[in-house]
Design a protein around this ligand. Structure first.
Ligand code: FAD
Length: 110
């Protein structure tokens, strides 16, 4: 794909996620690409606004070890990030809240 995630040689075919060669094959990157492409497609369809250019994300990984442990590397943070930071970003809820928002499916009240 090119830097607008357009399949080379195609005018209106785009690819995101593992099937594209935009960047590392990670769910998080696929999500960034989805947000980027949704905005670009909206601009393309409506003719309003400029199409953006996708920028590869800096290295990023969060490895939770249970709900309170883990380690990782985050952009803008020197060295290995703390277990507390990894737990707050991923380990405690495993991104469930983000996914329920994406699917507009809030968890049922207990
Ligand atoms: C063991 C493992 C651990 C991972 N851990 C992490 C992690 O911790 N963090 C992270 O960010 N990423 C992780 N990844 C990578 C992450 O899973 C992928 O980058 C992400 O799932 C890519 O999303 P996608 O939608 O592009 O592709 P996929 O999730 O592979 O989705 C493609 C879908 O298309 C379906 N499909 C395929 N062919 C057809 C067809 N012909 N017709 C209809 N449907 C079809 C498939 O069944 C699948 O459901 C991990 C991957 C693996 C294998």
């Amino acid at each position: 794909v090119d830097d607008q995630l357009r399949v080379h040689g195609q005018e209106r075919v785009f690819a995101i996620g593992d099937i594209s060669d935009a960047e590392r094959n990670m769910a998080g990157m696929a999500g960034f690409q989805a947000d980027f492409l949704a905005a670009n497609l909206k601009a393309l369809v409506t003719g309003e606004g400029e199409l953006g250019h996708y920028r590869i994300n800096p290295p990023m990984i969060a490895v939770p070890l249970g709900p309170e442990g883990g380690a990782g590397q985050f952009p803008g943070v020197d060295g290995v990030v703390s277990a507390e930071m990894v737990a707050s970003v991923k380990g405690r809820a495993m991104l469930v809240e983000m996914h329920t928002q994406n699917f507009d499916a809030p968890p049922k009240a207990a």
